[in-house]
Structure formats: structure tokens, C-alpha cells
Design a protein around this ligand. Structure first.
Ligand SMILES: Cc1ncc(C[n+]2csc(CCOP(=O)(O)OP(=O)(O)O)c2C)c(N)n1
Ligand SMILES: [Mg+2]
Length: 632
């Protein structure tokens, strides 16, 4: 549990406010504290107004002014992405609230809520809701359920929220607001927290106790793992000859990267990284193996195959990390899971070190004393990592013609960016390529949303990243498909003066799903953006006359069009020098692949099919399926 302390002594004074005014005032007084550092928990409120919140939360924000600053977005899903970007960048210590109208404005946030909860990132969602009094129902945009008038579209938030509540009476706000803060600041439970606010209740006045508005500090705890389980883990590690650490997002959120480096240096245990954990160790550290799993490096995946003890730190063990449970192939492999969430710590029948990553890593190093892996194992790790680094250099210099390969574009961004700068991405072929190929030099330098891998996160999430740390350049990598889903937040970046460098990679469709489709025998069906051909009846005509650069310019961004890598490099430098949000548009070859990971991903192929391509892929699938294990 997080602990809260109220600054003022208890009193019987009350203040008459509307529910929305009380909530806004309450939120402005919430703080988090960890390691003696204190910061605002809710730094502002994004919102799009409609009848469901304009006179309630909207009026309250107007009165509050800079006590809880209002920010405007163009799409409700996007404002949750921005809050997530901000919260992840601040290691989950600060976030935004998001207010919406009822109906479509509210349900537009459901995808954002799922993204936040799956990535374990705190965001506070305040969807408007239908009248609690039902005085005039059905309202505009009300879902009518003939079996119960208690149902509203906001019930959709229940499975995607870490905490969900509906404030049907003013006095309910007090305990629900406190519960919401508890969950937001609990590292094991955090995610989207939803307080649905009926339209009439928002505007209703109540005599709130003055103490409700006292400054509160929520300590983000660092629980230590159980001593006996820790001793068992140390015993197990001492018997290991090929141990491996898999670093997940928890390492970064807990600010445990120093503790990880010290453990790796003291013991020689090599470190592989998940998507959220990338940046835990600098790419050129002697113990660094880079990305692991279905989008991993040959170095990490080769070590993973024979590892006898695998220490997962702050990882949820997603299918990408385990190559759909085929990667860890040593028959006797044992898992040790250091995780603040029991849900993750107990996975793969592992020794469950339920606790904070930094606490656990420091304790492990202390108890392992002078124990180390054999020198030959350290050498093996270093030479595999060096070979992979040569692979990266070759991919950066692929010299594909006539259009550059995507790996060349990523290489230019990596070379031109500074060590503290941040790369942001979420969906398409770039997350996998970045995971393998990006040379990360700072724990906060790599921000790929791959829990939900949500097309459209890129620009909106990038805004949150930049707002959290304006001292860093933020490079938003966005494919044409993702751009078309949520380009409109460029307007928000321009309005707020939040400077992004957006690299818009045009390859006329879904290169990622196209390659996946082909590998599964589905012949890239439906994955390219093309005219419908009159003769075939299929979407395989000419390339569409779409100009995304012109689109970006129309939204208020500066735009540079680059052809080829040399011009792309010059444009990128110009974008960095500019104080304004700049989109660099570049066309790449969708068929020039990055180096393969030599790891599998379980995507089932049709068991019966007329198509020869599908039957061949199915035979291949069945071979891979034999490598899938249960890890008991
Ligand atoms: C909202 C959403 N819809 C669908 C998908 C499935 N999906 C993953 S990648 C992708 C294509 C992305 O296209 P683009 O941004 O152009 O990147 P590219 O694959 O060309 O690199 C799709 C449809 C998703 N991840 N998110
Ligand atoms: Mg594309």
C-alpha cells in the first residue's frame, strides 16, 4: 500500500463546492514521493468538452486556472496516450487526468485505458456519464439497456481499468478519490483509473470536509523481497553456469539501472532487454546482449537458448520476450522473477521475489558476495555482442536501392541524435527493428509502447514524453499506417509549442503485417494501400495519390521531404536545429528486411486450406509448435 499523509490537523470545517470543483481542487493537492523526491501526481488535465462535462469538470477547470492547468487534445484516445507518455517518462510518479463528455467522447478513451493498464502506467480518466437522477433519460448519446437502466457505455472501462468507480452521489467522491490515488501510486496495481462522473452529479454542490483538500503525499513504496526466497534464489544462482538476466520495464520505472549494472559487473551475469526494458544497460556495456525474444538480437537469443537460470526483473514475460515460450530451451531451465507485482513474479513456476527491482537487485549483489560466472562465459557474451554490433553497422549501411531500407533511416536517426534524446514508436515494423538495432545510451532514451502496440500512440505519446522532459530531443518514428490513424495530434503539439521531430516513414501500407502475412502463407493480402483494380476486383492497383507530407503541413507542422539517406540526414539536422515541430517525410522500401531474430512468434496458421502457400506455412508452423514449452 502507498502511504498518505495529510499536512493539516483534522478539523470540522467544510467547503461548499460542486463535485467537479471538489475533485479538481483535490487533484491539485496530490503528490508522490520516492527516495525523498516529491512531485505533483496530477500535473494537469487534458480534455475535450461536450454536454457531459462542459458545465461540470469544464467549469471547475476554468475556476481552478493554473492550479490544475487545462490542455486541449483533438481526440480522446490521443489524450490518454499523451498522459501515458508523460507518466512513463517520469517513471510513473506523475501523470495527467483526462476529462471527456459522455458517449463517444468517453468510449474513445477505452483504447487508451487498455494501453495504460496493459503497460502498467498510471492515468486518471474522468469520462462523463448519464444523469444519476435519470431526470430526462434517455439523454443524447445514452445507451439504453432494456434490462437495466444502471448500464452505461462507461461500463466498457471496467475490464481495462486498474480501478473503476461511478460517483452517483457527491459524498461518494471522498472515498473514491482516495482509492483512485492509492491505485495510481501503487507500483503493483497501477494502470488506468476511471472515475465515471454523471453529468448532473458533476454540477451538484455538497459541503465537503476541508480536510479533503489538504496536501497529500503518496509514498511510492519499495518493498523488499522475502528473505528466505532471496536466499533460495542466491543458492540457485550459485549453481548456475549460464545465468541470464532479462530486464523489463520495471528496472527503468524503479530507477534500478545502476543497481543492475553493478550486479552485472560484479557477477558477470549478462543482461538482455525486453521492449519496455531497453535502455536498462547501455548498448556497449560488456554485459549487454541487447534485445531478447521474437524481435531480439542473435547474441541475446543464443545465450537465452542455453541459459540454466533466467532472472526476470520487472518483466511480464510477454510472448515477444519468450518467443512464445520457445526461446528458453535448456531442459532444466529455472526462472527467478523479481517483480513488484505477484502476477508477474509467479510466472513460469519461478522463484517469486515479490518486491522492488532496485531493492532486489541490490540485495542479490550483496548476498552473492564475490561469486561470478566463469571468465569463458563473459568472453562468449562479449564476442556474441560484438558480432551483433557488426550486424547493426551493416544494417545501418545497407545501401538499398532505389529506396533506402528502413534500417538505414533508423541508423541515421541513431547517429544524429544525442545520447540523452528519446526515440518514440509503437506499432508497425519499426518497433521490432528498433528493438534489435537501436543503440541505446540512456535509460530514458528508448520509448517504444509494445504492451498494446497501438497504432496512433506515436505522435500523441511523443507529446507526453517531451512535456515530461523538454531538455531532450524527442524523435517520433511513425509509419504511414499509424500516421493515418492519429495524425491530428500534430495540431496539439503546435498549439502547445511542444517541439517534436517526427520521422514519417512512407512505405504505402503495412510492411510489418505484409511480411507476417507472407510468412504465414497469406500472400500480403490486404496489407498495401492501393486502388481497387477494376479487372481483379482486389486492392492491388496503383499506389494511391496520398501526400502525407502535405497533410502534416496542413496541420501546422513544418515539413521537410527527404529522398535517400544523405538528404534525410541533412533534413534531420535541420529539424533538430528548429524550435518548431518538424515532420521529416521519407519513403522507404517495404520489402528490404532488417536482420532476422532467429526466434519464433506463435501466430496460428489455417489447419486446412486450398492455398498451397497456406499449406506450406502450416507445415512450418507445426515444426515450430514442437518447440513451445510450459516452463513448469
Ligand atoms: C490500432 C491498431 N490496429 C491494428 C494493429 C495491427 N497492426 C500492427 S502493425 C500494423 C501496420 C502498421 O503500418 P505502418 O504504420 O505503415 O507501419 P509498417 O508496418 O509499414 O512499418 C497493423 C495494422 C495495431 N497494432 N494497432
Ligand atoms: Mg507503412
Amino acid at each position: 500500500m502507498s502511504t498518505a499523509s495529510a499536512a493539516s490537523a483534522a478539523s470540522t470545517a467544510t467547503r461548499r463546492l460542486t463535485v467537479a470543483q471538489a475533485l479538481v481542487r483535490f487533484l491539485a493537492n496530490q503528490h508522490t514521493e520516492r527516495d525523498g523526491r516529491r512531485q505533483r501526481l496530477i500535473v494537469g488535465c487534458f480534455g475535450i468538452f461536450g454536454h457531459g462535462n462542459v458545465a461540470g469538470v469544464g467549469q471547475a477547470l476554468l475556476e481552478a486556472g493554473d492550479d490544475l492547468r487545462y490542455y486541449q487534445a483533438r481526440n480522446e484516445q490521443a489524450m490518454v496516450h499523451t498522459a501515458v507518455g508523460y507518466a512513463r517518462m517520469t517513471n510513473r510518479l506523475s501523470t495527467f487526468a483526462c476529462t471527456t463528455s459522455i458517449g463517444p467522447g468517453a468510449t474513445n478513451m477505452v483504447t487508451g485505458a487498455a494501453l495504460a493498464t496493459i503497460n502498467r502506467i498510471p492515468v486518471l480518466l474522468l469520462p462523463g456519464d448519464i444523469f444519476a437522477t435519470r431526470a430526462a433519460n434517455p439523454l443524447l448519446q445514452e445507451l439504453e439497456d432494456g434490462r437495466s437502466f444502471d448500464v452505461s457505455v462507461n461500463d466498457c472501462f471496467k475490464p481495462v481499468s486498474a480501478y473503476w468507480d461511478r460517483i452517483n452521489r457527491p459524498e461518494q467522491l471522498i472515498s473514491s478519490a482516495l482509492a483512485a490515488m492509492r491505485v495510481l501510486t501503487d507500483p503493483a496495481q497501477t494502470g488506468a483509473v476511471t472515475l465515471a462522473l454523471p453529468q448532473d452529479v458533476q454540477a451538484e454542490a455538497y459541503d465537503f470536509p476541508e480536510d479533503f483538500f489538504a496536501e497529500r503525499v503518496w509514498r511510492v513504496r519499495r518493498p523488499a523481497p522475502d528473505a528466505e526466497t532471496l536466499a533460495e534464489a542466491v543458492e540457485l544462482l550459485r549453481t548456475a553456469s549460464r545465468p541470464l538476466i532479462v530486464a523489463g520495464g520495471g528496472v527503468i520505472y524503479s530507477e534500478a539501472t545502476e543497481a543492475l549494472r553493478e550486479l552485472a559487473e560484479a557477477t558477470g551475469i549478462p543482461v538482455a532487454e525486453t521492449q519496455a526494458g531497453k535502455g536498462s544497460l547501455a548498448y556497449d556495456h560488456p554485459a549487454a546482449l541487447g534485445a531478447v525474444g521474437a524481435t531480439g538480437t542473435h547474441a541475446a537469443n543464443e545465450i537465452a537458448r542455453d541459459a540454466d537460470v533466467v532472472v526476470g526483473v520487472g518483466t511480464r514475460w510477454s510472448d515477444f520476450t519468450t518467443a512464445s515460450r520457445s526461446l528458453f530451451a535448456n531442459p532444466g531451465v529455472r526462472f527467478v522473477n523479481l517483480n513488484v507485482a505477484g502476477l508477474d513474479a509467479y510466472k513460469h513456476a519461478g522463484l517469486a521475489l515479490v518486491g522492488d527491482a532496485r531493492e532486489g537487485l541490490t540485495a542479490l549483489r550483496g548476498q552473492l558476495g564475490g561469486w561470478s560466472v566463469a571468465e569463458a562465459y563473459r568472453d562468449e557474451v562479449r564476442s556474441l555482442a560484438a558480432a551483433w554490433d557488426d550486424t547493426v553497422s551493416a544494417a545501418y549501411a545497407a545501401n538499398n536501392a532505389p529506396l533506402p531500407a528502413q534500417s538505414e533511416i533508423l541508423g541515421v536517426v541513431n547517429e544524429v541524435s544525442g545520447p540523452r534524446d528519446v526515440v518514440v514508436c509503437a506499432a508497425g515494423s519499426m518497433p521490432g527493428d528498433l528493438h534489435k538495432l537501436w543503440r541505446t545510451r540512456d535509460p530514458k532514451g528508448y520509448h517504444v509502447e509494445y504492451g498494446y502496440s497501438c497504432m496512433g500512440y506515436e505522435i500523441a505519446g511523443g507529446i507526453g514524453v517531451k512535456m515530461a522532459d523538454p531538455s531532450r530531443e524527442v524523435f517520433v518514428m511513425v509509419g504511414d499506417g499509424s500516421y493515418l490513424m492519429m495524425a491530428q495530434e500534430l495540431v496539439t503539439a503546435v498549439a502547445e509549442g511542444v517541439k517534436l521531430v517526427v520521422v514519417l516513414v512512407q512505405n504505402h501500407g503495412f510492411a510489418s503485417i505484409g511480411a507476417l502475412s507472407e510468412s504465414l502463407g497469406s500472400q500480403r493480402f490486404g496489407t498495401r494501400y492501393r486502388y481497387r483494380d477494376g479487372r481483379t476486383g482486389q486492392l492491388d492497383g496503383d499506389v494511391l495519390p496520398v501526400d502525407l507530407a502535405a497533410n502534416a503541413a496542413s496541420l501546422g507542422a513544418d515539413v521537410l521531404r527527404a529522398t535517400g539517406t544523405a538528404e534525410f540526414r541533412r533534413c534531420l539536422q535541420q529539424a533538430i536545429a528548429s524550435p518548431r515541430t518538424t515532420v521529416v517525410h521519407v519513403e522507404t522500401d517495404p520489402l528490404a528486411p532488417a536482420p532476422d531474430s532467429r526466434a519464433w512468434w506463435d501466430v496460428p496458421v489455417a489447419q486446412v486450406a486450398e492455398l498451397e502457400s497456406t499449406r506450406t506455412a502450416r507445415a512450418d508452423y507445426e515444426i515450430h509448435k514442437r518447440d513451445q514449452r510450459t516452463y513448469l
